[in-house]
Design a protein around this ligand. Structure first.
Ligand code: NDP
Length: 462
């Protein structure tokens, strides 16, 4: 006779939670999964997926312009924001349905309510007040935009959450932040015709990326007409009587815009979750502390995905969920591998990257070789678009291992996925050299950069 109501109770129906719940249920475990909003989590409902759909939408005006160089005459075009939002919402609803059906088909019980920990093996279903017990509990509640509550007027600003549901497209927007969300949305809004300014506190956008990617993207965005202000922050936001907002900045005066969007990182959703009741420890950022098997300090309570603030990426949460399943239900202890995670920034142009930036590699290795190519992609020849691709390989001179691969340009995200495999496999530059090019592609450049552009020895470029 089981002593618990469930073998597994999952709190949070996002990428990590759904994967853990669905697979555990398909293994015959008695699983319940609670979600207070919509199944699919940040990625499906208000993150990666709707963002990418908006990216596509925002690229059409350049496609229309480029068409002329290829002999096409495109008639007058206009954009309908409401039609885009409605189409996006239909797709999100379809995907949400798939997530739910996957859980149901596997035999998991879906609970449409917030759930909070009531003890080390018990959970309170907030909607009904019922307390249920479970042998194991997985917390996968994700995170939300940092509201930046110390900023006077922060409540007048939007985050990426609201950006997906704006009643109408603003005429102008000021976006604060220099990370993934800020640069992606700056390009989306600009592409849709919004007068766009990005303000970032650091010297150059995308602080953790390779410097060529950062500078290359900065230049490309400015060339399109996006205003980028670095080394500055918003100090106050006020509503104007005539409509719109005034954003005071530290160094750039007051900017008058329709909308201010804050993209200043994301915080784990741990407040009010009953973690103190159950004795689960948090770090100073409010994220749940876990070991290499996603175990919290309380036996049988686990945490996955953004709520643990390891690497805030959907595939990482899914991978952590699969490792949990292997470890707990397949008797095969598996810890998530967070090394060499390929990633893409869906800016315009895109960035695809895996491994160490030149700066990071130069710090860790006595000598590195940098292979760098900057060129005009073939499509831009007839379209006449002034754009450049940058490709870069960072190689350890001692053993020729490729430490980092970075691409700025069309389809960089697609390339990053495949480069991720080569770096994970430990390929050397010689492996790249032995690989036949696929012609004519932009990616062939990655296997035809035979001589290093420069070396860095003991931190000095030689
Ligand atoms: P990021 O961590 O990428 O960027 C946060 C930005 O906000 C940084 O530029 C940071 O500056 C700045 N910042 C933080 N606090 C302050 C402050 N108090 N004042 C001024 N600036 C501040 O977070 P995002 O919100 O853009 O995205 C959250 C996460 O979601 C990302 O880390 C990423 O993992 C994930 N994501 C992934 C995407 C993808 O895979 N394509 C797309 C969108 C999100 P500084 O750099 O100086 O610290």
């Amino acid at each position: 006779m089981p002593t618990f109501d469930y073998d597994l109770f999952v709190i949070g129906g996002g990428s990590g939670g759904v994967r853990a719940g669905r697979v555990a249920a398909s293994l015959g475990k008695r699983v319940a999964i609670a979600e207070e909003y919509r199944f699919g989590g940040t990625c499906v409902i208000r993150g990666c997926v709707p963002k990418k759909l908006f990216v596509y939408a925002s690229q059409y005006h350049e496609h229309f312009e480029d068409a002329a160089g290829y002999g096409w005459t495109v008639g007058e075009s206009q954009f309908d924001w409401k039609a885009l939002v409605a189409a996006k919402d239909r797709e999100i609803t379809r995907l949400e349905g798939l997530y739910r059906r996957g859980l149901e088909n596997a035999g998991a019980e879906i609970i449409e309510s917030r759930a909070e920990l009531a003890g080390p093996n018990s959970v309170r279903i907030v909607k009904t007040g019922q307390i249920v017990t479970a042998e194991r509990i997985v917390i996968a509640v994700g995170g939300g935009p940092n509201p930046h509550a110390s900023l006077p007027g922060y409540e007048l600003c939007i985050s990426s959450n609201e950006a997906f549901h704006l009643e109408s497209l603003p005429r102008s927007i000021l976006i604060a932040g220099g990370g993934y969300i800020a640069v992606e949305f700056a390009n989306i809004f600009h592409g849709l015709g919004v007068d766009t300014t990005l303000i970032y506190r650091g010297k150059e956008i995308l602080s953790r990326f390779d410097h060529d990617m950062r500078q290359g993207l900065h230049e490309a965005m400015e060339a399109k007409g996006i205003r980028i202000i670095c080394q500055d922050v918003i100090t106050k936001v006020e509503k104007m009587a005539a409509g719109g907002l005034h954003a005071e900045t530290k160094n750039s005066g007051t900017l008058a815009v329709d909308t201010v969007m804050l993209a200043l990182g994301r915080d784990p959703h741990t407040v009010g979750l009953g973690l103190e009741t159950a004795g689960v420890k948090l770090n100073e950022r409010g994220a749940i502390i876990v070991d290499e098997y996603s175990r919290t300090n309380v036996p049988n309570i686990f945490a996955l995905g953004d709520v643990t603030d390891r690497v805030q990426l959907t595939p990482v949460a899914i991978h952590e969920a699969m490792c949990f399943i292997e470890t707990e239900y397949k008797n095969n202890p598996t810890s998530p591998d967070h090394d060499l995670i390929a990633t893409a920034v869906f800016s315009q142009p895109e960035i695809g990257t895996v491994g160490l930036s030149e700066e990071e590699a130069a710090k860790r290795y006595p000598e590195i070789e940098v292979y760098r190519a900057q060129f005009r992609p073939m499509k831009a020849t007839l379209s006449g678009r002034a754009e450049k691709m940058i490709m870069k390989l960072v190689v350890n001179s001692a053993d020729r291992k490729v430490l980092g691969a970075h691409v700025l340009g069309h389809d960089a995200g697609e390339m990053a996925q495949l480069l991720g495999i080569t770096l994970k496999a430990g390929c050397t530059k010689d492996d790249f050299d032995r690989t036949m090019a696929v012609h004519p592609t932009a990616a062939e450049e990655l296997v035809t950069m035979y001589n290093p552009s420069y070396r860095i020895r003991n931190g000095e470029r030689v």
